[in-house]
Structures are given as structure tokens and as C-alpha cells.
Design a protein around this ligand. Structure first.
Ligand SMILES: Nc1ncnc2c1ncn2[C@@H]1O[C@H](COP(=O)(O)OP(=O)(O)OP(=O)(O)O)[C@@H](O)[C@H]1O
Ligand SMILES: [Mg+2]
Length: 256
């Protein structure tokens, strides 16, 4: 039975697109068919994170307006045959995609892929509201700071109001040293405050930014962020994977 997941956040810039792309790659690496959907209309960027920006011809709005068939807008990843992308448009806005059209598009994608991951626009405006009826479940992304947490609470309130299931939580850009010093909330504390189950956390990792500037995915490397996404993917698939213990980076002192 195929599932459609919405990757959402209250505050912008917390890592939704990064998570959508990397989780999509993690699923495809396991041979699971996954379709990533960029629903941040007018602000297309998921294609960049998947290294597919040169392949985009048609997009979500072309499909919504019936200017092209879904199969022509859907792009297969050049390396992972199980991964596809429905890109967003560069122009247009959320008002160009109503909830019924999105629901129909997702319904068709679910016939092609076991997992449909939709990268939502930040906030609780129409852009997100129109995506809720077409999505079965959601993952809420937040960073461990008060602003992001407060905005995440607004998303939770909207999900409750629309009678949607509670999301799972991913806390991104966690800095272990700061958590251990008590200068940053731990991922579990954020989950407790928001009262949602913790799917996992991703550390702050310069490899994420470096890979993006090379138009590559950090999932190709063995680094703390890719390991964290891999654990998230395993939990997403129902495996029990304990959270790694947070320990200070070991410093070596060489005595003469
Ligand atoms: N764990 C991380 N470590 C370091 N940098 C990160 C991490 N996660 C995300 N970033 C960087 O943060 C920036 C924002 O990430 P991203 O675009 O995924 O956020 P977003 O929630 O999709 O933003 P928007 O709301 O604007 O769509 C990017 O430059 C990304 O490379
Ligand atoms: Mg984004």
C-alpha cells in the first residue's frame, strides 16, 4: 500500500528540502520506489538538491493546468532508477494548485511509487492547507531553537484543526557540544515540548552545504548527516534504531 508523506515546517529554512531529497535517496538506495514532489511553488529547489536541475522541462503546474501529462513532467533520477521527481514551477504560487488537483496528482503518483514525499512550503498558509487532503502522514522539521519550535506549534495546531494525524518529528542542525553544555535543546526535549514522536535528528554538518555547492548529495559521502538520515530512513521503515548517545568530540593531547 503506497503512502504519501508531507515534509513540513513552521519556520522556513530549517531543512525540509534537504530532508526530502536525502530521505528519497536513502529509500531509493534500498530499492524502494520513491517519488519526491516539490510543492514549494514558485520557489523550485528540490531539483537542485537531487542534481536534476538540467532535466526539468515540465513541472507540477503544467500538470495541474493539464498542459502536459504527469508522465512527461515526472523525471527519473540519473543514478537511482527507483527515484523520481515532480518538480515545482519557477513561477506561480500556491493559489495555482488547489487541494483536489493535488490529491489527484498524488493519487496517480502512488500508483507508480511506494513512497511519495512532498516538500511543502514553510508556514501554515494556503500553500500548506491545499496539500493536507492529499497526504496520508507528515514529518515536521524543526531546528532546536525557540522561534522554530514556536512556529512548529502553529503547524501542529493546523493539523489538529484539519483532523490530520500527528506528525513525526525531525530535529535538524543539532550541535552536540551545545546540547551537552545546555546551550541548545536536545532533540528529545524538542519532541517533548511539541508532544510528537521523534523520528530522529540530524547534526549540523558542513558536508551538507559543501555537497550542495557542488550540486551533489551528501548522501554519497559517509558523514554525520548522511548517517543520521540513514537512521531516520530505517526508523521511517519501521525498524527499531536507538538514538545515538551524545558524547563530546574526543580531543587528543600528545605528550612529549
Ligand atoms: N544539517 C545541516 N547542516 C548544515 N547545513 C544544513 C543542514 N540542514 C540544512 N542545511 C542548510 O540549510 C539551508 C536550508 O535548508 P533547506 O533548503 O533544506 O531548508 P527548507 O526548510 O527547505 O527552506 P525553505 O523553507 O526556504 O524551503 C540549506 O543551505 C542547507 O544546505
Ligand atoms: Mg525548501
Amino acid at each position: 500500500m503506497s503512502q504519501s508523506w508531507l515534509i513540513l515546517s513552521g519556520k522556513g529554512g530549517v531543512g525540509k528540502t534537504m530532508l526530502t531529497a536525502s530521505l528519497g535517496i536513502a529509500l531509493a538506495k534500498r530499492g524502494l520506489k520513491c517519488c519526491c514532489v516539490d510543492a514549494d511553488l514558485g520557489l523550485r529547489d528540490l531539483d537542485l538538491l537531487l542534481g536534476m536541475e538540467n532535466n526539468v522541462v515540465f513541472d507540477m503546474l503544467d500538470v495541474a493546468r493539464k498542459d502536459c501529462k504527469l508522465k512527461y513532467a515526472l523525471l527519473q533520477h540519473h543514478r537511482f532508477e527507483d527515484l523520481s521527481l515532480l518538480p515545482a514551477s519557477q513561477s506561480g504560487s500556491s493559489k495555482d494548485l488547489d487541494d483536489e488537483t493535488f490529491r489527484k496528482i498524488v493519487g496517480k503518483l502512488k500508483k507508480r511509487a511506494g513512497y511519495v514525499l512532498t516538500d511543502a512550503p514553510a508556514g501554515v498558509e494556503r500553500g500548506l492547507k491545499n496539500l493536507l487532503p492529499g497526504s496520508d502522514y507528515s514529518i515536521l522539521v524543526t531546528t532546536p531553537d525557540d522561534v522554530s519550535i514556536r512556529n512548529a506549534e502553529r503547524v501542529l495546531a493546523l493539523l489538529d484543526e484539519k483532523h490530520r494525524p500527528r506528525p513525526m518529528l525531525v530535529v535538524n542542525r543539532v550541535v552536540t557540544d551545545l546540547v551537552l553544555k545546555g546551550d541548545m535543546y536536545s532533540p528529545q526535549t524538542v519532541a517533548n515540548v511539541l508532544d510528537v514522536p521523534l523520528l530522529g535528528y540530524i547534526p549540523e554538518d558542513r558536508a551538507v552545504v559543501a555537497a550542495l555547492s557542488r550540486h551533489e548529495s551528501f548522501m554519497d559521502l559517509d558523514n554525520p548527516a548522511s548517517q543520521a538520515v540513514d537512521r531516520i530512513c530505517r526508523r521511517f521503515l519501521g525498524e527499531y534504531v536507538p538514538l545515538p548517545e551524545m558524547t563530546r568530540k574526543r580531543r587528543w593531547f600528545f605528550k612529549k
